[in-house]
Ligand binder design. Structure first.
Ligand SMILES: Nc1ncnc2c1ncn2[C@@H]1O[C@H](COP(=O)(O)OP(=O)(O)OP(=O)(O)O)[C@@H](O)[C@H]1O
Ligand SMILES: [Mg+2]
Length: 543
């Protein structure tokens, strides 16, 4: 990316005398009233000139400085400017550094982001001449230039608060990644996308491991003032459905309990989720076949018939000294793991299963509250809902497009588990690859992107990268995120809560965005030692 600079040295001396420079409390430059005679050429009079391109003066191209002047205005890094260099070209640039103070003036560093010749955007083939006027781009022009227009309004530019950042919901046919350290604003961001996308008619499914989203039908009580700055009011989701696994409870008292029939669960994925050894898997397939044979229906077998078939095999092994120890151990191991899964109460529960039809309804937000669930139940739920919605959308591709959010995806499938959870990873990648044609978008959230299989990260075309502090996490995102100007990566460490580097296929390049606060209510788990306690009973209803 080319960097450039502009300087007030080119302001005509007579005009220069009219400017008063002073620094404000933030170290920015206070800008004196701009005279209209400075608005030259074809420039819009609304886009005020804030400085002039400086000579390179001994510095290599791309590292010059500029001066900002004006009144009632503090120039910030990150704002977009337009430089007209008639008759040949117009340039668009972003301020990336400064102010750098000299005796009378302050300079800013620009990064050229585009060159426009004859109204057409083209590769940067030149640089603006010294003396070319630098104008602050209007909010509308900046938004249009960035391509940050669409029906999903997620926030505004951190550097230019008047510039809205929106995304086309049509780009959500690819997947969404939300990354950032603890407390950086990932859940808020998820909730904002869910609010906006459901208003745009998408169906939303949130696999909620902390029970945070179960009261989204109520308006938020938090950050209302800030919300108003974004032109929004507290508002609950109109069509919210909360489900909770049988035997668990939810902080939404209307939550509906559900079960999952064993026959609906893919046995390979089930064995991976239970952590079965290779021997245990072999025996599980054998007893499953036996249970199916006994039932007389290939599909109709349940946990009881599985356990009965296994119990019979174990009983037959008692007193049989010819059975190798490893075989006996594998049977007992399988029995223990299946008993644990059975005791979790969700499989073959008398509570009804949730049908994909009831989730894929336009504008509906469905939340699966897994806050009290064991890891086994959570993983069964995640795998089950992904698979059943994928099957449904394959059968009925014209049903409502859906976004499925899964928080802390690395705890479900991580790089370390790739070999032991191959079937699960293959399923996820298949859903991610094929899902986009069928109107399924995954919203994957993780505070440890370095642990998430790279195949999954790469499939997330729309990314919200909040503050990320560890180098491996930054590197993995950097390697796979396109259209991010180099200067923006260094900013990741300094992002505040709710600020994110947002990259989307519809954007010209990634932008640093202040995500708006959620309109609907979010519950938060009391934190201890800086980590959330998903199974904790100590809930703290903060909003
Ligand atoms: N866009 C925002 N604007 C203002 N404040 C925000 C914003 N996003 C988050 N916050 C503040 O930061 C807090 C933490 O946000 P959030 O729970 O979304 O972070 P998180 O990354 O999901 O954290 P965790 O890793 O613990 O799940 C919020 O409770 C809120 O106070
Ligand atoms: Mg969170």
């Amino acid at each position: 990316m080319l960097q450039y600079a502009f300087d007030l040295n080119y302001v005509r001396t007579s005009v220069l005398k009219r400017y008063a420079l002073s620094t404000n409390e933030h170290g920015g430059i206070r800008i004196a009233q701009l005279s209209l005679d400075l608005v030259e050429g074809n420039g819009s009079s609304e886009e005020a000139i804030i400085g002039y391109i400086d000579h390179d003066e001994g510095q290599r191209a791309g590292a010059n400085q500029s001066i900002m002047i004006g009144e009632e205005q503090t120039v910030r890094r990150g704002v977009y400017v337009r430089i007209r260099d008639p008759p040949n070209a117009e340039f668009v640039a972003r301020i990336v550094d400064g102010p750098i103070y000299t005796v009378k003036v302050a300079r800013y560093l620009l990064e050229l982001t585009s060159m426009v010749v004859g109204g057409t955007r083209t590769m940067i083939q030149s640089r603006p001449k010294p003396g070319s006027p630098v104008r602050l781009m209007s909010p509308e022009a900046t938004q249009a230039y960035l391509g940050a227009v669409g029906d999903i309004n997620v926030g505004r530019l951190v550097a230019q608060k008047e510039v809205k950042v929106s995304i086309q919901s049509s780009t959500f046919t690819s997947h969404i990644g939300i990354f950032g350290t603890t407390g950086s604003g990932k859940s808020n961001c998820l909730q904002v996308i869910a609010e906006e996308a459901s208003e745009a008619g998408r169906s939303i499914l949130i696999l909620d491991i902390e029970g945070e989203y179960v009261r989204m039908n109520e308006p938020t009580m938090e950050l209302q003032q800030l919300l108003m700055e974004f032109g929004k009011k507290p508002h609950g989701i109109k069509d919210l459905h909360v489900y909770v696994p049988a035997q668990n409870t939810s902080l939404n008292h209307e939550a509906k309990r559900f079960g999952i029939p064993l026959a609906d669960i893919d046995l390979e994925i089930f064995s991976e989720v239970l952590g079965l050894s290779p021997f245990e898997r072999v025996y599980m397939y054998e007893v499953a076949r036996k249970a199916r044979d006994t039932s007389g229906n290939f599909h109709a077998f349940d946990m009881n018939s599985l356990m009965t078939a296994l119990r019979k095999r174990i009983e037959a092994q008692v007193d049989n000294t010819s059975i190798p120890e490893v075989v006996a151990e594998a049977h007992m191991g399988l029995f223990t793991k299946l008993s644990l899964a059975q005791r979790a109460g969700i499989i073959d529960s008398h509570f009804e299963k949730i049908t994909p039809e009831s989730i894929c309804v336009p504008g509906r937000v469905s939340v699966i509250d897994m806050s009290e669930s064991s890891d086994i139940v959570r993983n069964i739920c995640v795998a089950h809902f992904l698979k059943s919605i994928f099957r449904y959308k394959t059968r009925t591709p014209n049903s409502s497009p859906i976004i499925i959010f899964a928080e802390e995806i690395h705890t479900f499938i991580s790089r370390a588990k790739i070999t032991t959870m191959l079937a699960t990873l293959t399923m996820l990648i298949e859903i991610a690859r094929q899902g986009r044609k069928r109107g399924i978008s995954l919203g994957l959230v993780s505070q440890q992107p370095a642990l998430v299989p790279s195949e999954l990260i790469e499939l997330c075309n729309t990314r919200f990268i909040h503050r990320v502090s560890s180098t491996p996490n930054i590197e993995v995102l950097r390697q796979s995120t396109g259209n991010v100007p180099d200067s923006l990566w260094s900013i990741l460490l300094s992002l505040g809560k709710g600020e994110a580097l947002v990259s989307s296929p519809s954007f010209d390049h990634a932008v640093i965005t202040q995500i708006r606060p959620n309109k609907s209510k979010r519950l938060r788990v009391e934190q201890s030692n800086g980590t959330s306690a998903p199974n904790s009973n100590h809930w703290n209803n903060l909003t």
